[in-house]
Design a protein around this ligand. Structure first.
Ligand code: ADP
Ligand code: MG
Ligand code: ZN
Length: 618
């Protein structure tokens, strides 16, 4: 809500008029006289006497301490001024003799036009200026600044490609681009589509997690389509006063209809498009705004060429009425980029910085699994910053790799010194994860392990890199993941016979996985294929709500504990079977603080150990 905006202390109009009055007074008292004086020539008393002697003085005006007089200079009358010397007794007689005329008042200004300008026109201009300032202020406090605000709906209009963003700036997301390209094409060549009787979707909804490029795609559409592009954020509709939001919607569509063909983009539409849940005391204003939006979307003629684009990362919270065909007919998923997509996004952003030729983008894309477009952009920028910090002219592969860690885990914390004992515990903990991961055939190999503390609070971490891309996970893979997560704690138990708080994040993740297996993926023998939980916020962390009886909840909890416990035991067994390697690797990590995947595998496979490898499969 812009409650604050509307209530920010607004100065009363009187204040501005007061300023105007003061400015005028100052002008009158100081500036105008100075300008007038400027046209009067100041002379010395001797000059005056000379003029007197030469009979040059035509008119004279004697005052108590100044003398104004006029002389003829090349046929032009010049007004002069000089101080008056007190004991010049016969001045009057001498003046009279010289033929000067005494006047009451020598007109001390030269150009009446100039004077009129200063006494009338300038004040009027000042008032006009102040009036404009006031109206601007009022407009601002009503609607906030905007590139080209219009009416009440203060949407920004971009005409032609003023954003400068093209489809080529959006990497990956090919499906989304295809769908949007079609819309742009329709706006350019409507005949082609009309001939066959096809009509364009009235609206398209871009849905996906944050940072995947939804807003960017909309901007690219604006850049590609040579039609006006209205951009407004959902939150801008939410107003302090009831009915204002609806009025803004009305206004927006009125403008759009006038400018058709055009594109209207409503970002973060979930702000106004939330389900009307009929709660008592629900948000009336929001519902009115939504109703107005629904009405307007029905009301306008699709063939006119007004296309509504909207973006959200909470599609499940949108009102179903908004999603039905005829309003947002098209739903364009903008998902997290896959391996190829990540590589392309990295390349697009790497064009903006100076980077070594031999950087292997595919490796970096692999290491940045799960990163969104925004995070990848950030990774590239961090790499450039790191290069500058270390005095290099361009970013290198190492910069990119380090910046992935920066974006995922935060900066290295140079001044946090772990005690030797803590460092040892962290070494064993991390190696515990890695060793369990490596010993389970289906688990991904480790890429890198470090025990340098990070600003995110992590004391160390294991970076796993999936070799290819997986879209399906088997039950065994999930179980192995849980085992890997428990591996850190298992190592602590085995070596130090005590446990620390360091495993809290592992515990959280393991629980989440185990819960999902039982409540959502039907991977428990007892519940078969029954969903016990519904995911609500698919794109924002994936919260879930239980949908089962209390008795079942108790059972679920029990099953989750059993599942994790089984994997924890498995991890402990793997580690105790490979105790020698655990010590060896932990020692290496303790001494070097960082170990890469290759070093790890080299040590692991160094000489055949006592115990054969494949002993863990049950
Ligand atoms: P959202 O989906 O949350 O609206 P944005 O469109 O605002 O995300 O994306 C934020 C930033 O991330 C963009 O400005 C861009 O720099 C980067 N980005 C995201 N996706 C992509 C992509 N597919 N290609 C290139 N850059 C991207
Ligand atoms: Mg956005
Ligand atoms: Zn851990």
């Amino acid at each position: 809500m812009n409650v604050q905006d509307n209530h920010k202390p607004r100065r009363p109009l009187v204040f501005y008029y007061l300023i105007a009055a003061v400015v005028l007074l100052l002008l009158n008292a100081l500036v105008f006289p100075m300008i007038q004086e400027g046209s009067i020539r100041k002379t010395t008393y001797s000059d005056f006497l000379d003029g007197l002697k030469n009979r040059d003085i035509k008119e004279v005006q004697l005052e108590d301490d100044v003398i104004y007089y006029t002389i003829d200079e090349n046929g032009k009358e010049v007004i002069c001024k000089t101080g008056r010397i007190a004991d010049d007794g016969d001045l009057v007689t001498r003046l009279d003799e010289s033929g000067a005329v005494f006047t009451e008042e020598i007109p001390t200004q030269q150009s009446p036009l100039l004077m009129m300008l200063f006494s009338w026109v300038v004040p009027i201009l000042i008032f006009v200026f102040i009036g404009q300032m006031i109206s601007k202020k009022l407009a601002q406090s009503m609607g906030g600044p905007g590139a080209m605000t219009f009416g009440k709906s203060n949407a920004k209009i971009y005409v032609k490609s003023s954003t400068g963003i093209k489809f080529s700036d959006v990497a990956g997301e090919d499906e989304a681009k295809d769908l949007l390209t079609e819309i742009v094409d329709y706006l350019h060549y409507p005949e082609k589509y009309k001939e066959i009787g096809a009509s364009m979707p009235k609206g398209a909804l871009l849905v996906g997690p944050p940072g995947t490029g939804k807003t960017l795609l909309a901007k690219a559409v604006a850049g590609e389509a040579n039609v006006p592009f209205f951009s407004i954020s959902g939150s801008e509709f939410v107003e302090m006063f009831v009915g204002m939001g609806a009025a803004k919607v009305r206004d927006l569509f009125k403008q759009a209809n006038e400018k058709a063909p055009c594109i209207v983009f409503i970002d973060e539409i979930d702000t106004i498009g939330k389900k009307r849940d009929g709660q008592i005391g629900g948000n009336d204003e929001r519902e009115q705004t939504l109703n107005q939006l629904l009405t307007e979307m029905d009301g306008f003629d699709g063939s006119k060429g007004v296309v509504i684009l909207a973006a959200t990362n909470r599609p499940d919270s949108l009102d179903p009425a908004l999603l039905r065909p005829g309003r947002f007919d098209r739903r364009i998923p903008v998902e997290l980029p896959d391996l190829k997509g990540r590589e392309e996004i990295l390349k697009v952003h790497a064009k903006k910085i100076k980077i070594a030729d031999n950087v292997n983008f595919s490796d970096i894309a692999k290491a940045a699994a799960g990163a969104s477009g925004a995070e990848l952009a950030n990774i590239v920028n961090e790499a450039a910053l790191r290069a500058v910090r270390s005095g290099r002219r361009f970013a290198t592969q190492a910069d990119m790799e380090e910046s992935i860690e920066v974006v995922i885990a935060g900066y290295q914390k140079k001044n946090r010194v772990l005690s030797n004992k803590e460092k040892l515990i962290v070494s064993y903990h991390e190696i515990g994860h890695a060793l369990v991961a490596a010993k389970q055939t289906e688990s991904a190999p480790v890429h890198k392990i470090t025990i340098i503390p990070r600003t995110s609070g992590a004391l160390g971490y294991t970076m796993q890199v999936e070799d290819g891309e997986h879209f399906l996970l088997t039950k065994e893979e999930l179980e192995n993941k849980i085992a890997t997560l428990t591996g850190g704690r298992a190592a602590e138990e085995l070596i130090f016979h005590s446990i620390t708080t360091g495993a809290s994040n592992d515990i959280e993740q393991a629980t989440k996985l185990a819960r999902g297996m039982i409540t959502r993926y039907g991977m428990s023998d007892e519940f078969d294929m029954v969903a016990m939980e519904n995911v609500t916020n698919q794109y924002l962390g994936g919260d879930s709500s239980l949908a089962c009886s209390f008795e079942t909840q108790t059972k679920i909890d029990q099953k989750v504990v059993d599942l994790v416990r089984r994997q924890h035991e498995k991890a402990r067994k793997i580690l105790s079977d490979n105790m020698g390697k655990l010590h060896e690797l932990a020692k290496y990590l303790y001494e070097n603080e960082t170990i890469t995947g290759e070093e790890f595998m080299k040590i692991l496979n160094a000489k055949p150990v006592e115990i054969p490898v494949n002993d863990t499969e049950e």
